[in-house]
Design a protein around this ligand. Structure first.
Ligand SMILES: Nc1ncnc2c1ncn2[C@@H]1O[C@H](COP(=O)(O)OP(=O)(O)OP(=O)(O)O)[C@@H](O)[C@H]1O
Ligand SMILES: [Mg+2]
Length: 134
């Protein structure tokens, strides 16, 4: 490896040490292993920014996604569709309350939250998909 590449690697590692830390992986309060029993997602006045000093990209979002419901998030580019996923996974800490069933997602550790969620990269939109417009 050339000297230049080594210096770029070093520069990146130093940048990574300066990243904002994520919330704790596990907290004292643990959801029961059976959680989520139903899968009701409730977003109550959710605000989200990707960085603590960045702009709000989701503002006052209220939404209920009912158990078993297929829900499409639609909106123009930059509307915040991907940011909604980022808020659900707590890639940065959202403001407001997001519940999955009766558990406030910010009250549990990131590992307990994320191990119960997954992302399907691409799916066909079901005919009777419920749409949320951002
Ligand atoms: N990782 C990120 N860091 C900082 N800002 C981001 C990040 N991802 C998205 N944004 C900003 O958040 C806002 C919403 O973008 P987002 O990517 O959620 O929109 P989108 O609806 O998914 O758009 P698209 O249809 O292009 O995928 C935009 O202003 C965007 O620049
Ligand atoms: Mg997107």
């Amino acid at each position: 490896m050339s000297y230049v590449f080594q210096m770029i690697s070093l520069e990146r590692v130093i940048e990574y040490t300066d990243l904002e830390k994520e919330a704790s992986w596990e907290l004292e309060y643990r959801p029961p292993p059976s959680w989520p029993n139903e899968g009701l997602i409730s977003l109550i006045n959710v605000n989200f920014r990707h960085k603590s000093d960045g702009p709000l990209v989701l503002k006052n979002v209220y939404a209920y996604i009912y158990p078993g419901q297929k829900c499409g998030i639609v909106g123009r580019t930059g509307a915040g569709k991907s940011s909604l996923t980022a808020a659900l996974f707590r890639l940065s800490e959202p403001e407001g309350d997001t519940y999955i069933d009766d558990i406030l997602t910010t009250s549990i550790g990131l590992h307990d939250l994320r191990k119960k969620m997954s992302v399907a990269l691409q799916v066909c939109i079901a005919e009777h998909c419920h749409m949320f417009f951002l």
